[in-house]
Design a protein around this ligand. Sequence first.
Ligand code: FAD
Ligand code: EPU
Length: 342
Amino acid sequence: MQTQLPIVPNFPLQALNTFGIAACARAYLKVSSVDQLRAVLADPGLAALPRLLLGGGSNIVLTGDVDALVLHMGIEGRSVLGQQGEHTLVRCGGGENWHHFVQWTLAQGLGGLENMALIPGTVGASPIQNIGAYGTEVKDVFHSLSACDLRTGDMRTMDAAACRFAYRDSVFKHPEGAHLAIVDVTFALPTAWQPNLRYGELAQAVADAGLSSPNAQQISDLVVAIRQRKLPDPAVIGNAGSFFKNPVVSAEQCARLLAAFPGLVHHAQADGSEKLAAGWLIDQCGWKGKSLGAAGVYPKQALVLVNNGGASGADVLALARAIQADVLARYGVTLDTEPVFI
Ligand code: FAD
Ligand code: EPU
């Protein structure tokens, strides 16, 4: 039986990317089931058309029109699967909004995701760059995911090892995983929940609120407040969150930099390397609040590039390149970009 696919030609994408960049897709489909994905693969008329998976559009930079069929992942559903050892397993459809899912787990009395409250985007994209904030990453609470192979239509289940999670990275950002559409994600949340207050700014916020034993909802509320204070709301100012990853350097390079720049913000990693605060490096180069054409550096957080209005992908890239060049010249440190360029 042929599934009728409601594909829309020449679809505007400005409202579907949080940078607010104007661009048009050759074709667009809101995907609400695996059957629809499979129908796309089985349709000979669509075989020659490249495909682009899209979630909330909060970690992409559109560099031009998209000559592809945009598969906008909208698969829904949330369920508590039950206990497994020390954890409760919860599963969520890839098209669900991440923050709404976090709030839903908290309403079920399940902690574990609260430090990652208010990260924009979908649940299906959360493993792509192993999202993280305020001391927790997806890999810390991940159980498994289901993905549809867009070459064959086959479904596969992947555990954390198969996902190859790293800081802002996973197999899905590499050619070996780029053909996989994440359909749902299962999380393992600790039954005996304990707050994770390793991130200094969050611990300080808990102390300032006078909470000696905060619950998970209270921590989520504090994270939301911190984020609203520091980061621009994409509904008001176009942006994609941190534009660069925090660079990881050797302990020796960090020591050399500290000798020359004693204020350098750095955090020791478990393997002995040091993560530098890219926001500090950019800030010190004088970029905070500055603009180049229609793209700018957010005045409250130098790691966030913003759309001042009408910015194109080229405007954003030109600003990013200028910042990278300055940071490299001053500190000898290469800044890698975080969002996906399309
Ligand atoms: P999209 O931007 O739509 O897509 C990102 C990539 O994933 C693309 O390559 C796309 O093809 C692919 N993709 C999307 N859905 C699927 C799927 N179902 N299957 C396979 N591939 C898929 N990130 C953090 O880690 N921590 C933060 O604290 C954080 N803060 C942010 C704050 C702001 C204000 C903004 C705008 C962004 C922030 N981000 C942060 C980045 C962003 O929210 C995350 O990367 C998020 O996971 C992106 O989800 P999305 O659904 O919007 O993905
Ligand atoms: N800093 C400055 N000037 C600035 C910005 C930052 O000096 O303009 C310094 C401050 O000293 C601050 C330090 O940099 O202490 C770190 O800043 P912040 O705590 O804001 O965190 P970040 O390193 O800029 C990272 C993530 C965020 C995540 C927060 C909280 C990356 C690339 N970014 O930001 O993730 O929300 O920590 O955990 O790892 C994202 O990935 O899009 C994102 C927003």
